[in-house]
Design a protein around this ligand. Sequence first.
Ligand code: ADP
Ligand code: MG
Length: 358
Amino acid sequence: MSVPAVCQRLFLCLGTAFLLAGCAPGEQAVQVQAVDTAMGTVIRQSIYITSDSKDSKWGEESEGENTEILTGAREVITSLEEESLSWRIPSSEIGSVNETAGNSQGMELSQKMWEYLQRIWEVSEESGGALDVTIAPAVRAWNMDAWTQNTYTLPEKEEIAKALEYTGYEKVNLESGRIFLPEGMQLDLGAVGKGIACDEILHYLQSRPEVSGAVISVGGSILTYGEKPEGEVWRVGIVNPLNTAEQIGYLSLEGQWCVSTSGDYERYVEVEGVRYHHIIDPETGYPADSGVRSVTVLCKNGMLSDALSTACFVLGTEEGIKLAEQFDAQVLIVDGQGNIHMSTGMEPYVTLKEQRVS
Ligand code: ADP
Ligand code: MG
């Protein structure tokens, strides 16, 4: 099923649940939940709100007040998309950068975008270009929006070759808070946007002292925050890329973490029995063919976990593990044979159903 179709269906059953949960003596925790759509993906929120039990406002009549937290978190994501990240919206910051391609004046970036792009460029350099947000012309050549249509046709080799003339992060000049994008080039922050959303939601939750814990997923990127009421750990499931209805196991996490997964099952089209997925090898312009089916990265920062999950997918098992470790991140990779590979530091967090996936 295409992402938009999933989104539409979930949108119909959008709602909030309101539950009382146990927590420390003298306090009550209320759990509020929502399933929603933004950034072309599904957003799931589960937030625990704590207050002194003496405070009489905690009850059914305060439901609206509590669910306002959910609305606020969703607004963080939609404004991030509309004002900053979306290449589809010309007035967003990335949309505006794309409009300056070829302009010798370049464009002054907001402080936040400047910092994000510098860190993205660092991952590009360390990964030998496996992560490259200038991949946009190649991604456009694959016309992924049309992958749900029966009439879809694959791009010609020449089209991909032409697109690659206009990609390459090293051709972009980032200098003194400005970006100079060469003519014909475009940025697409799809590989890091959901992780950035997790980082922004983390700031939002930190600004709300009544939030005692939360787990929020933005597509394949998940943020855990604070504590569960009865001291349980957060459990983040890992999808079996060979059979996506199942999970291969889960991560047990305490406090604040970000987990991002990139998989060839997330977005793809099958043409004449061949699967073409949405993670492009910047060297070839074709879907990455590194023998990997999914990559799950665990670290404290959302942008980094998302960037690394894409980069490790392109690099494959051995180099992917090395890259993640270089950034003090942990990684779990499922390859095409169903073998599970992990960085050593990942092991304490992982519970697997079986040692091999089928
Ligand atoms: P998802 O968006 O499903 O979470 P990823 O985080 O792996 O998956 O990002 C994939 C998206 O990033 C693609 O849809 C495309 O827009 C863009 N992209 C694809 N390949 C690359 C790459 N090698 N480097 C940077 N961006 C990429
Ligand atoms: Mg990613």
